[in-house]
Design a protein around this ligand. Structure first.
Ligand code: PMP
Length: 362
């Protein structure tokens, strides 16, 4: 078998080897059809089963109540930044956003194209190194919703608990931590996520929404950008990203086989502890970017005291089989993304490499 990299890519990211192997086995002849799933009509019974199974696995694993719809869309989470205000922000109302970093910023900027917005809380003065204190959140009286980014992929921060908004719709961009830990779906009106970190390859975007919110969209919204179009057509209004949905289904079965999201959460914690411990025990050689209270179990962001050493760290890591450790171009530094499919062995190897690098350069 070919050697697999220690893959710490931020997304698209590592997929479980078992999932890739099953995909390979079924690649040219799916379910005895004599063709690949990619060559099949999306109206066929075989595809429909794959489509419905992916939705029901999402329901089962996340404990999604029956009063919620599960949509399989395209356009990435970035399209949701627009669809949310287009569908859910009427004139006279305000879309409230918690500003936690780069992705929250993109979400609010897009909403500004469609209506009035407000920043309900922000950690910008701390360079987005933490999730703002939930008790400081101020929501305008005429808010249509409060939007949160559950995990900031670039800064490496993650909510440990979500704001209690009572009757106000809470919307969560969970692109980089969905399926990595249990979530109380009924606390949210809507959750959305691109698949390419914890759910499979890129190409499919998951929307989980309370049915009353997505039953009817404003008249002016284009057909493909209306939630009600996709609700009425079981996400088969047009051609879905069938191969991505199929692989996401395999990945969901893999999560189920691991014992579900609660078990996955523990595995993820054990993985990230190996690396955070390395940072904390380095006597300041490595400095975590995120405040410990907001540290992400998905994206570990850290720095070394000179950019030159950071560069050397990345270069040497590549020689040792590591991939994806350079921080996002907007913030620099180093980042290890440890999504569900990143094996503990990769994290152990990284912790060892970090110790070794420090010995040689400390
Ligand atoms: N939100 C978050 C938190 C993300 O990490 C990303 C992608 N890295 C996006 C939104 C944008 O997702 P997409 O590329 O699927 O549009």
């Amino acid at each position: 078998m070919t050697k697999r990299a220690y893959n710490f890519n931020a997304g698209p990211a590592a997929l479980p080897l078992e999932v890739l192997q099953q995909g390979q086995e079924e690649f040219i002849n799916f379910a005895d059809s004599g063709m690949s799933i990619m060559e099949m009509s999306h109206r066929s019974a075989i595809y429909e089963e794959v489509h419905n199974e992916a939705q029901s696995l999402l329901r089962e694993l996340l404990g999604i109540p029956d009063s919620y719809k599960v949509l399989l869309l395209q356009g990435g989470a970035s399209t949701q930044f627009a669809m949310v205000p287009m569908n859910l922000l009427p004139a006279g109302k305000v879309g409230a956003y918690v500003m936690t970093g780069s992705w929250a910023e993109k979400a609010i900027k897009e909403a500004q194209l469609f209506g009035e917005t407000a920043v309900a809380a922000s950690s910008e003065t701390d360079k987005f190194n933490r999730i703002p204190d939930l008790s400081t959140i101020q929501i305008p009286a005429n808010a249509a919703y409060l939007h949160v980014t559950s995990n900031e992929t670039i800064e490496g921060t993650q909510y440990k608990a979500f704001p209690e908004t009572g009757d106000l719709t809470l919307i969560g961009d969970m692109s980089s931590d969905i399926m990595s830990r249990p979530v109380n779906v009924s606390q949210f009106g809507m959750i959305y996520a691109g698949a390419q970190k914890n759910l499979g390859p890129s190409g499919v975007t998951i929307v989980i929404a309370r049915e009353d919110l997505v039953a009817a969209s404003p008249k002016s919204v284009p057909t493909m950008l209306r939630y009600d179009t996709h609700v009425k057509n079981n996400s088969l209004y047009n051609t879905p990203p069938s191969f991505s949905v199929y692989l996401a289904g395999l990945m969901l079965k893999w999560v189920k086989g691991k014992g579900g999201v609660a078990a996955i959460e523990q595995i993820n914690r054990d993985k990230t502890k190996l690396i955070y411990d390395r940072i904390d025990q380095s006597g300041g050689f490595y400095r975590g970017f995120a405040d410990p209270s907001s540290r992400s179990d998905m994206n570990i962001t850290f720095r070394i005291h000179t950019e030159e050493l950071e560069k050397r760290f990345v270069q040497e890591s590549e020689h040792h089989g590591f991939v994806g450790l350079k921080g996002h171009r907007s913030v620099g530094g180093l980042r290890a993304s440890t999504y569900n499919a990143v094996p503990v062995e990769s994290c152990r190897a990284l912790a060892e490499f970090m110790s070794d690098f420090q010995k040689r350069n400390g």
